[in-house]
Design a binder for this molecule. Structure first.
Ligand code: SF4
Ligand code: SF4
Length: 444
């Protein structure tokens, strides 16, 4: 457990003082407005308060007590996918993600967290056995609730849960998570001489365990040792995105305790969001960890990377481009924001796809434009999320693929929803799944 609780401002004055700690970052915004052109939320709503410049102005006004309505500032702050497009394109180098993440935690600390979020972030996600049991129950009892919506996509409607899920088309629960099936893994390094900590993240662990199996298969194919502590929990991004710094710190502390039980050269994940969160956000809260946790974060965060980056750039596995077979399937690739904008990984998954003779890579327009999912953003602002996602869907469909692939399970979920709702007959797969299918089966 962490000893230093995140600040909980009790008055507007205290909240303003906390926000003033971000003043140096806030004033670096030159109000040029170039972030407008790249912001997917602004592109859907055309509201100034939805773009970075508008949000920064609101935060400055709250910090200087010109505005005294933190609830409305919080609502505006939450109308953001944390996609990083604005930061990547900001000519003044404003550290926008740091501003947004810290400001969300200050404002949510003042307003308080809803009981349901508190329960999920601090009680469910931090208990791997309970979360696995809940996933198992969902898998067993979902049958009367779900109706197949699109077989090719593999998405379902859930009419009885319409008040909660709306019109969403979702994947089904497979039942048993990867962690409950496999338990802790401690496989020594073989031919590669390298050993990684496998960090699936909760979506690939609970919702897409076959994706985590595919990742494991590839690592073992290349003789990479694997350390997987079955007690790993969520990387903390849903809590952080909701401003729950306490929940985030609890999850991070739990993961650090699990990860420090073993040794490894890299922390590898098939989830772009987890990779970016471990690398960028875990160290952002350095002042809130215990001494042992600080050391662990300093040692582990720089080792975090996406699995395709590990295979291509670290392992230097050979992925030679091949001429696709005459009957090769057309595949198009969506750049997840966390993979390309946060981690700079774009060539690696494409190199892997081009090495597969069964697939012909065709680039879609705006491949790196956000899909609009954004985790909690999709839950809170589904109408905007779907508007943004429809543009992504149109770009996918325009190149007539058999398969759309990406490097982030969150994007997979959004693509499944959009393609299924449009009745498109396009399969949705993670790059790792396509590559693992090309490898010979191996002993479990
Ligand atoms: S691009 Fe950067 S400097 Fe310009 S308005 Fe946006 S955040 Fe401010
Ligand atoms: S992070 Fe993305 S959604 Fe949020 S303001 Fe920046 S560009 Fe817009």
């Amino acid at each position: 457990m962490t000893e230093n609780s995140p600040p909980r401002p009790a008055t507007l004055r205290e909240l303003a003082d906390l926000l003033m700690s971000l003043d140096d970052l806030l004033v670096s915004c030159m109000r040029c407005g170039l972030c407008q052109a790249v912001c997917p939320v602004y592109g859907a709503t055309f509201r100034e308060a939805d773009v970075t410049r508008g949000k920064i102005a609101l935060l400055e006004n709250l910090a200087h007590e010109v505005v005294k309505d933190p609830k409305s500032v919080n609502d505006r702050l939450n109308r953001c996918l944390l996609c990083g497009s604005c930061e990547l394109n900001c000519p003044s180098g404003v550290r926008i993600m740091e501003i947004f993440i810290k400001a969300r935690s200050f404002v949510a600390g003042y307003l308080g967290l809803s009981p349901i979020k508190r329960l999920i972030f601090r009680q469910l996600l931090t208990r791997p056995r309970l979360f696995n049991f809940a996933t198992f129950l969902a898998g067993v009892f979902q049958k009367p609730f779900i109706k197949l919506a699109n077989k090719t996509v593999g998405a379902f409607r859930v009419p009885l849960l319409k008040p909660f899920l709306g019109e969403r088309h979702v994947p089904s629960f497979p039942g048993r998570s990867f962690s409950s099936q496999r338990g802790t893994l401690d496989i020594p390094a073989s031919s590669s001489g390298l050993r990684v900590a496998l960090f699936p993240g909760c979506v690939p662990d609970k919702l897409f365990p076959s994706l985590t199996e595919a990742t494991l298969k590839i690592l073992r194919h290349f003789g990479v040792g694997v350390f997987f502590p079955a007690g790993l929990v969520c990387c903390g991004i849903p809590a952080l995105a909701s401003g729950d710094a306490k929940g985030f710190l609890k999850l991070t502390a739990h993961n650090l305790a699990e990860l420090t039980k073993g040794s490894f050269d890299y922390l590898v994940t098939p989830c772009a969001t987890c990779a970016a969160n471990v690398k960028d956000n875990w160290p952002r809260f350095m002042d809130r960890y215990l001494d042992d946790e600080k050391k662990a974060v300093a040692a582990i965060s720089p080792k975090a990377m996406d699995v395709t980056q590990f295979l291509v750039s670290v392992l230097k596995a050979e992925f030679k481009p091949v001429v696709p077979k005459p009957d090769a399937k057309r595949v198009t690739y969506h750049d997840s924001c966390h993979l390309k904008k946060s981690l700079g990984v774009a060539a690696e998954p494409r190199a892997i796809l081009k090495s597969l003779s069964g697939y012909n890579l065709v680039e879609m327009p705006e491949a790196d434009r956000c899909c609009g999912y954004g985790g909690t953003f999709n839950i809170m602002h589904y109408d905007i999320s779907r508007d943004i996602g429809q543009r992504k869907r149109d770009n996918v469909v325009s190149v007539k693929p058999d398969v759309v692939t990406t490097g982030c399970p969150a994007c997979l979920t959004q693509l499944m929803d959009l393609l299924s709702q449009n009745n498109d007959q396009i399969a949705v797969k993670h790059v790792v799944e396509l590559y693992a299918d090309s490898l010979p089966d191996q002993a479990a």
